[in-house]
Design a protein around this ligand. Structure first.
Ligand code: NDP
Length: 507
């Protein structure tokens, strides 16, 4: 451990066990906290300083196999047939147990993915809400009694769990993303094996301790850690896994889909996006400028829903660009722990290299740099993985920066003529996660919500989200939906039951 977890930058310094960077983390397999079978470990890198800290176990193939078999056994031996109210009560108890940990966990996350305080402080409260919501959903769940068309038959359906679920989570919202997979899956009666990103393993391993404290039986939740390419792959390929739920990059998601399809396992994918943020001349322009910046610079652009294609109506583009450039130039880059910081580093060296390579590609393809362009260095930025908030103009919807998900603070501006043109450009993408529409014209707003081929549309806002609404999208975004009133459905099958009251049989 070479870095210390620093809390002196915040007005109310946080202390406690969670913030001890020398703390030993363990995986959770079959109710036991264990090291990796080969004794191998990984460290985390603080994106603001590049320093490494912590020691996190790496699972072997044997560890993965033990975790999946433990989940299978726990499922078969009774978890799947426990009452909904029992499972709900454990989820609520878990929520209570993590009640005081929000600030510490927020700080812990910052030391892994470098996000600013306002982007991490929601994760524990959200996790608690998802636990309660999932508990409520399963308590209120039901099947259907059907009016059978066959005389003397009682026909009804029940919803039942799928079996062993593997949850693979990303680094950009590690706890929230985990909660919205794990809790609905558990509520529905599945057992789960979790693999966090090696960039952000700490919160997940911490939650494992709380899960056991809450009283979940051994094997119901297992957590293995390590690189996706070894540990993640081994999990997805395991023949005893029934369903994989994944949030991450498109290439990884497509690989997972292929492997699952090979043995007819089911999967839920929440992948990337290239979401349009569309500003009409009927917009409140000040608010729209804020909305464009919120769309692409929140979390330094590392959001699946980032508004990375900025569509501006031609009639207002010059005025809009002037205001946008002025506002962006005033953004404050710096220490993620400083509440005044607006743009913090990107999450990893790999992500920094990826984002910078896209900036170079845009420049080679002839894009005009309205603002930013390149790595940000200077006082207060040290060796941090900072990228200048960047906007490219003079690009088309076919430019590489308009087609590929960059996952950094880099937006491409495309001008459009009218509503039809905006719809054509917005829908011309491989992805289909989200879209923003800025207008004070209510009829136009309603038409746009219907014409945009995306899973989410925001009117006069960007990035709103709440657990009572579904999250997910079309095309290469993967088609999966998480949360909302149907949050349990990806983790359930529907069984058709016929009770014959005495019909004659053919033999
Ligand atoms: P990945 O898709 O590689 O990572 C997401 C998760 O999948 C991590 O837990 C990762 O583990 C795991 N994983 C990686 N490879 C495999 C595999 N072959 N089989 C099973 N699991 C695997 O994303 P990256 O972190 O590499 O980011 C690359 C790009 O993906 C980003 O630039 C961004 O465009 C996109 N992305 C999208 C996210 C979203 O919210 N939709 C979130 C994160 C990334 P590990 O990290 O340990 O390797």
């Amino acid at each position: 451990m070479t870095a210390s977890i620093k809390a002196e930058h915040v007005s109310n310094p946080w202390q406690g066990e969670i913030l001890n960077p020398d703390r030993t983390y363990r995986m959770l397999i079959d109710g036991q906290f264990v090291e990796g079978g080969a004794g191998e470990t990984l460290s985390c890198e603080y994106p603001y300083t590049g320093e490494t800290w912590g020691s996190f176990p790496v699972a072997t193939h044997e560890d993965v196999d033990r975790a999946v078999r433990a989940a299978r056994r726990a499922y078969d031996e009774g978890w799947s047939s426990t009452s909904a109210s029992y499972r709900a009560s454990l989820l609520r108890k878990l929520s209570d147990l993590i009640d005081g940990d929000a600030k510490d966990i927020s700080l812990l996350e910052i030391h892994q993915n470098g996000k600013v305080l306002s982007e991490t402080s929601w994760e524990v409260p959200y996790t608690q809400m998802v636990a309660h919501y999932s508990a409520g959903l399963i308590e209120a769940d039901y099947g259907h009694t059907v009016n059978s068309m066959i005389p003397d038959v009682v026909a009804y359906t029940v919803r039942e769990p799928l079996g062993v679920v593997v949850a693979i989570t990303p680094w950009n919202g590690p706890l929230g993303s985990l909660a919205q997979k794990l809790f609905p899956a558990l509520a529905a009666g599945n057992t789960v094996v979790v693999k966090p990103s090696e960039v952000t393993p700490a919160e997940t391993l911490w939650l494992g301790e709380k899960i056991m404290e809450a009283g979940f039986p051994a094997g119901v939740v297992n957590i293995v850690n390590g690189p996706g390419i070894t540990v993640g792959r081994a999990l997805v390929a395991h023949p005893l896994v029934d369903h994989v739920t994944f949030t991450g990059g498109t290439a990884t998601g497509l690989e997972i889909a292929q492997i699952c399809a090979g043995r007819a396992a089911t999967y839920t994918l929440e992948l990337g996006g290239k979401s349009p943020n569309i500003v009409f001349d009927s917009a409140d322009l000040d608010r729209a400028v804020s909305g464009v910046m919120t769309g692409i610079f929140s979390a330094s652009g590392q959001s699946c829903a980032a508004g990375s294609r900025i569509l501006i109506q031609e009639s207002i583009s010059d005025e809009f660009f002037d205001t946008l450039a002025t506002r962006i130039n005033a953004l404050r880059l710096g220490d993620p722990l400083d509440p005044a910081t607006q743009i913090s580093p990107v999450a990893s060296r790999a992500q920094l290299a990826k984002v910078l390579s896209y900036i170079e590609i845009a420049q080679k393809e002839g894009a005009t740099t309205l603002v930013g362009g390149g790595r940000a260095t200077g006082p207060g930025l040290g060796d941090g993985f900072f990228v200048k908030p960047t906007i490219f103009t003079n690009v088309t919807n076919d430019s590489t920066v308009s087609r590929d998900e960059i996952f950094g603070p880099v937006g491409a501006v495309i001008r459009f003529k009218d509503e039809d043109d905006a719809v054509r450009i917005a829908n011309d993408t491989r992805f289909g996660l989200a879209a923003g529409v800025w207008t004070e014209n209510i009829a136009l707003a309603h038409r746009m919500t219907r014409r945009l081929h995306t899973g989410i549309v925001w009117v006069n806002n960007y990035r709103l989200g709440e657990l009572v609404m579904p999250w997910g999208g079309y095309g290469m975004t993967g088609g999966g939906r998480e949360m909302g009133v149907e949050a349990l459905r990806p983790y359930q099958g529907t069984k058709a039951i016929y009770i014959d009251l005495g019909n004659p049989l053919p033999f």
